[in-house]
Design a protein around this ligand. Structure first.
Ligand code: HEM
Length: 134
């Protein structure tokens, strides 16, 4: 198993633990839902679900297409950007909802752009792998 796949699996399992823990906290303290809902939803969907999909895609799609992954460098960049971006998003979101400062909004935007750039790199990398001419 490649390093990119391995680290995406580790990240995904970490976000699953975080997401379901926040979910359980919600069942006990429903007053926290308003502030922490984006943290729960995005840890689960962008973290647990998407990162497990990225992990499986990096392992399986090059094999399905009979070609090596187009770029390990792009894959590593995707891993780093998506995790910095998602951690930034889910940490800043509750703070933004509570304090609403311009600085927090700026960090939130940067985190979102990091995650999005990582996603575009994934599209390019997997696109070149699956549809590239050899
Ligand atoms: C132990 C597991 C979990 C518990 C106890 C839990 C609990 C909750 C609670 C209490 C809410 C707030 C509902 C409301 O607005 O009143 C919520 C929202 C949400 N949860 Fe979970 N959850 C769990 C796991 C998951 C997982 C695994 C996912 C996705 C893969 C997920 C995705 C979402 C999403 C997207 C929302 C927002 C829904 C909306 O605003 O309409 N949750 N969850």
């Amino acid at each position: 198993m490649g390093k990119i796949t391995l680290y995406f699996i580790i990240a995904s399992l970490f976000y699953l633990c975080l997401g379901v823990t926040i979910g359980v906290v919600f069942t006990i303290h429903s007053d926290l839902i308003g502030v922490f809902l984006p943290m729960h939803a995005h840890a689960n969907l962008l973290g647990w679900v998407s990162m497990m999909i990225f992990a499986v895609a990096y392992h399986v799609l090059p094999r399905f297409s009979g070609r090596p992954l187009f770029s390990e460098t792009l894959g590593n960049l995707h891993l780093i950007l998506s995790n910095i971006g998602l951690l930034g998003l889910i940490i800043v979101w509750p703070l933004l909802r509570t304090y609403g400062t311009i600085t927090l909004q700026a960090i939130h935007i940067v985190a979102a752009v990091f995650y999005a750039i990582g996603a575009f790199l994934f599209v390019i990398n997997i696109g070149k792998t699956v549809f590239g001419k050899d």
